[in-house]
Design a protein around this ligand. Structure first.
Ligand code: RP5
Length: 162
């Protein structure tokens, strides 16, 4: 099975990265996580990303806040699918990172999830890898059933209370 690469611009993004890691662990997907910044350590971003396909990665998730150029810098260096997670910072509530991540020029796509959407980013990564992995595909379908059952349980609880 292909691995998922997780790159965060700063260790201050860790709480959002941990949401993704929880999902990847749930599905038994191998991953590797790094703190590499588009601005502070561009050489490491370049080295990791340029060699990611040869090193067994199938998807890269990039997490960054503020002037969040990381996902775009990664996408410029690989044709692996890149998922961008805009991380909320203190001043602009993550809107800065959302726009910096999502507004990519034609030809260099970044599949951008919601602000702080670490869990959905990992689910998209799992779905990409699951296309060629029947076991993982089945687990993803099973999770949808389990999640729906949880909502229906809440429905029954609320209906009985009101
Ligand atoms: C971004 O700047 C990082 O991804 C982080 O979200 C933000 C702030 O970084 P620190 O100043 O906390 O290291 O590059």
């Amino acid at each position: 099975m292909k691995k998922v690469g997780l790159i965060m611009g700063s260790d201050s993004d860790l709480p959002i990265v941990e949401k993704a890691v929880a999902i990847l662990k749930e599905f038994g997907i191998e991953y590797e996580a790094h703190v590499y910044s588009a601005h502070r350590t561009p050489k490491e971003v370049d080295d990791f990303t340029s060699n990611a396909y040869d090193n067994g990665f199938g998807v890269i998730i990039a997490f960054a806040g503020m002037a969040a150029h990381l996902a775009g810098a990664v996408a410029a260096r690989t044709v692996l699918p890149v998922i961008g997670v805009p991380c909320k910072s203190s001043n602009l509530d993550g809107l800065d990172a959302l726009l910096s991540t999502v507004q990519m020029p034609t030809g260099i796509p970044v599949a951008t999830v919601a602000i702080n959407g670490g869990a959905n980013a990992a689910l998209v990564a799992a779905q990409i890898i699951g296309v060629e992995d029947k076991g993982l595909y089945s687990k993803l379908k099973e999770k949808r059933v389990v999640d729906a059952e949880k909502v229906l349980k809440k429905d029954a609880d609320v209906a009985s209370k009101l």
